[in-house]
Write a new protein. Structure first.
Length: 143
């Protein structure tokens, strides 16, 4: 009898977890499938000085500041030297730089050597969209 109960418990927990996952997915802000996020400059492979500008590019969606909920918009997040992407099903945290003011470029100062840059779009509460809108990861060399 105990075994049956624990099996039922496990099954119930599994159903509860999967419906929770579905609910989280459903709550994510939709993004158009054709949306494209990219780094305009520097180009991948570029050699830059220690302080340089990064220009963000977005097509098929618009930029809105954090906290502003408008269809097909988001704000930029920059991942520097990210070996892996952060959790795309939760609000982005301190692993990325948030451009919650709706900025479309920034100035970075990095140590000499190779670095990677990648953009992730987040919605009004900093959560990546569904599907997530992510740029290619570029590699640059800082002199
Ligand atoms: Cu953000």
């Amino acid at each position: 009898m105990k075994k049956v109960f624990s099996k039922i418990l496990v099954a119930t927990a599994a159903i509860a977890m999967s419906s929770l996952l579905v609910a989280q997915q459903a709550e994510k802000t939709p993004a158009p499938a054709e949306a494209q996020l990219y780094i305009v400059s520097p180009q991948s492979g570029a050699v830059v000085s220690q302080t340089f500008n990064v220009v963000f590019g977005l097509q098929g969606m618009g930029v809105a500041p954090a906290g502003v909920q408008t269809n097909n918009t988001g704000h930029h997040h920059l991942l520097v030297d990210g070996a892996t992407l952060p959790d795309l099903n939760a609000p982005l945290g301190a692993a990325v730089t948030h451009f919650g003011g709706g900025q479309t470029q920034t100035t970075l100062t990095l140590t000499p050597g190779r670095h990677t840059l990648q953009l992730i779009l987040g919605d009004h509460v900093h959560t990546p969209h569904n599907p997530p809108v992510i740029s290619e990861k570029i590699t640059i060399t800082v002199q």
